[in-house]
Design a protein around this ligand. Sequence first.
Ligand SMILES: Cc1cc2nc3c(=O)[nH]c(=O)nc-3n(C[C@H](O)[C@H](O)[C@H](O)COP(=O)(O)OP(=O)(O)OC[C@H]3O[C@@H](n4cnc5c(N)ncnc54)[C@H](O)[C@@H]3O)c2cc1C
Length: 378
Amino acid sequence: MNYEISEKEFTLNIDLHQRLTLLAKEGDLEVADTKQVRANLEKTLAVLADTPYLKFGLEAVPGFNGLASLMVAVEVVADISPSICLSVETSTRVFGKILTQWGTPAIKEKMLPPLLAGKLIGALALSEESMNVENAPLTAGGAVNGDTAEISGKKQYVINAPVADWFAVAGVAEGKSAVFLVKAGTPGLTVGPRKNTPGFQGAAIADITLENCAIPADQILMIPDGQNMLQTLRMWENQVLIGASLGLMKTAFDGARNHAKTHRSGGKPVIAFQEVGFKLSDMLTLFQTSQLFAFRTAWTTENVPADAESLTLCAKVFCSESAEQVAGEAMRILGGAGYETGNPVERASRCVKFLQIAGTSTEIARVKIGDAALGLRN
Ligand SMILES: Cc1cc2nc3c(=O)[nH]c(=O)nc-3n(C[C@H](O)[C@H](O)[C@H](O)COP(=O)(O)OP(=O)(O)OC[C@H]3O[C@@H](n4cnc5c(N)ncnc54)[C@H](O)[C@@H]3O)c2cc1C
């Protein structure tokens, strides 16, 4: 394991920072209008496709270190636009992983090139009302009839749903775990109204309903025996959320440090008050520890898969809880300005709330980490 950021990673980060900052100046990447969300995603994906970024975790890129390189780069994307980060990562690192891990050769050949070229937006439709996030059997599913299958079910909170080209619907086929690939516009698929959320307002989120939605049978990806689909999907989501935590911490820390240096109170810059310096010191410690944890988890996921689940859960809890703490302290350093809507620190403080709920929630993760400590699971 080598935590040194390579020259290639450093150069990629500078390139991403410059190009995405330019995009954010041309038009608000956190805008709520759905048409604009799709346009923003297309523009950002075009930039990302021009770099190795979209390939990380999906295929080897010479000179880069897979998911570990992603963790270095995703911080830049989430710092500039948390919503773009959530949408792109859901499409690339979750929908894309479904294709690389479970796709047939024909599916991979058809769908991976446009995904990696930034011309396909995917969504994961997993959560169902009242399901236990990790363990309950899914109710979405359908009967395979020769060359076609008819899928029915309801899924909630699907990131990208109003703007997606393809949906990966997690469910059950012939009594076994399966992912149904459903193209947007397929008769029987209805995308509900856009959800209003306090954070990630530039990401389009909606429930979907499938009613006897007919898809070709070759769009059903059967999960091999011995693999736990729910657990695997949650781990991929957790990796996305760990990456987003880093970017949100960077936004909060940078905003607080800059404010502390430039804003004067009682005749001096607020950083001159020792308590403010202590806060910044604690925030930086949490941020840098989270970075190390994220890099180690990314490396372990690709190199020692047997240790990955527990470590990912620990990292997800630590990074997401740290992000909330760092954003909260940053708000306080900004004083009254921190409570005004529209500044990046305030935006980050709204987004971080989602990190503990999504993927494997902090509560469930703690139960699982405890079980692992008792030797009841890996
Ligand atoms: C903005 C947003 C975007 C989302 N994007 C997607 C998406 O793209 N695709 C998708 O499929 N889903 C998505 N989700 C759904 C998300 O994964 C679920 O909201 C999340 O899994 C929690 O499920 P729930 O809301 O039913 O809460 P519940 O499962 O009802 O949980 C409620 C509370 O109980 C606790 N709890 C539940 N079970 C246990 C347990 N066994 N042990 C200890 N505590 C427990 C939870 O931690 C939580 O505190 C999104 C949600 C939001 C808010």
